[in-house]
Structure formats: C-alpha cells, structure tokens
Write a protein that binds this ligand. Structure first.
Ligand code: FES
Length: 134
C-alpha cells in the first residue's frame, strides 16, 4: 500500500506510525530502547528497526565494539537482555550459544550477542546492559 501522505517515506502507510515510532536519518522507523553502560549509566536510545541491535549499539560511545561486524564470531557485542524481553527474542542458534558459553561473563538467562537480535516493533522499550569486555 502506497502512502498518500507526502510527509512519509515512499511506500510507508500512516498506520505504521503508531506508538513511539519515528524515522531516523535513513528513513527506517526508530524505537526507543534503554541501554545500561559498563559504568552503570542508563541511556534512552533510539534504535533502528530492521537491522540488528548491534548496529545501534556500536554507534554509541559506551556501546559495543562488534569487531567481526555481525558475523557471530567475536562476542564483542555481548549484552544482557532484561528478563521481560527474553522470550520475545528469536531462539539462539548453535554458534551464538557456543560463543557465549565460552565467556566468563556469560549468564545462562540474559546473555545474547546483539548482532543476532533483530530490532523489530515488539522490542520497543527493550532494556539491555552492555556486558563487560573480555
Ligand atoms: S559482532 Fe561479532 S559476534 Fe556479534
């Protein structure tokens, strides 16, 4: 369905704009999430929808390094996801779980590689904590 609203990006219908949705510089919808940094600072962050959580976190000064670029091989994008959100995430695939279990900072309930977490509408309000560097 094509939008008749000249203020919307081509092809986006007004009904996509419910709730807290906004558009970032690249015209992707944005959703607010809460990020706790390694010093305990809490930040409200606008995350881009349609890409991994890591893509937003690596742009933050206090975010993740993500040195493999999302190839699920470095674990430098490790985060702890708050309990209410865990069951909304896609299940871990074998590689992700194997890598996480090798970390000293691994938590069986909460650890995820942010490059394996797709940002989608149901995750608006997501709360994550950046895991310690290893
Ligand atoms: S960015 Fe390397 S494992 Fe996620």
């Amino acid at each position: 369905m094509q939008s008749n609203n000249p203020g919307l990006p081509h092809g986006l219908a007004p009904e996509r704009l419910r709730g807290d949705w906004r558009f970032g510089e690249d015209a992707r919808p944005m959703v607010d999430i809460t990020v706790t940094d390694r010093d305990g600072g809490v930040h409200r962050v606008a995350a881009r929808e349609g890409v991994s959580l890591m893509e937003t976190l690596r742009e933050l000064e206090y975010g993740v390094a993500a040195i493999c670029g999302g190839m699920c091989s470095c674990a430098t994008c490790h985060v702890y996801v708050a309990e209410p959100w865990l069951d909304l995430l896609p299940p871990m695939q074998g590689d992700e779980k194997e890598i996480l279990q090798e970390l000293e900072s691994y938590r069986p309930r909460g650890s995820r590689l942010s490059c394996q977490v797709p940002m989608e509408a149901p995750l608006a309000g997501l709360e994550v904590e950046i895991a310690p560097e290893e």
